[in-house]
Design a protein around this ligand. Structure first.
Ligand SMILES: [Zn+2]
Length: 189
């Protein structure tokens, strides 16, 4: 048997349009001898129950990013490749990494989930967290992000959240910590 290294990555790091496109390919995939054939123009993709595998051999054919892949997607693949992995699994149950932007629009597709939408860690609702300043513990922290105008919602839709963070209490750039959120699940003032 041959051993090979693999990486796992949260699907929350995938730009929603690309994740949708791949999900659609998987859903509509033709079968050959009973096996599904995911017909992506660039990537060799194998579907699994919680997402899909991408084979990292594409770097042999594409040393530079092809236009079909976003810089965000490419960065994930390149990072996995740089660890020596031969496959990268995108898994919706994998916790997001703070090294890559998180896309929230992919969650709650087609549902009106209210202003807050679904939390990024919707896969494990019991694991509620709070984000605090690592230096002073204040919850008065914010992160850089970008938003895109949504004609249907008539509002700005949050796109990606970046690593850069600021603490109002420290009045400076801050490192953030994720802490478990104790207490009641719902807010009862
Ligand atoms: Zn602070």
């Amino acid at each position: 048997m041959r051993r090979f290294p693999v990486c796992a990555c949260s699907t929350a790091h995938l730009p929603p349009s690309e994740q949708d496109a791949i999900d659609r390919l998987i859903r509509d995939a033709p079968r050959s001898d009973g096996r599904i054939i995911v017909d992506h123009p660039i990537l060799s993709i194998e579907a699994h129950q919680y997402g899909f595998w991408v084979h990292l051999g594409l770097f042999d054919d594409w040393p530079e990013r092809p236009d079909e892949l976003s810089p965000e997607f490419w960065a994930l693949l390149a990072d996995a490749r740089n660890t020596g992995a031969t496959w990268l699994s995108f898994d919706r149950d994998e916790p997001p990494s703070d090294r890559f932007p998180v896309f929230v629009a992919a969650l709650g597709q087609g549902e009106e989930t209210g202003e807050a939408g679904k939390p990024v860690n919707a896969a494990s609702p019991s694991a509620r967290i709070t984000i605090r300043c690592s230096a002073c513990g204040s919850a008065d922290v914010m992160r850089d992000a970008w938003a895109r105008w949504d004609d249907d919602a008539q509002d700005w839709a949050l796109g990606a959240v970046f690593d850069a963070a600021f603490c109002e209490a420290c009045e400076s750039d801050a490192a953030l910590s994720e802490l478990p959120l104790y207490g009641s699940e719902e807010t009862h003032p």
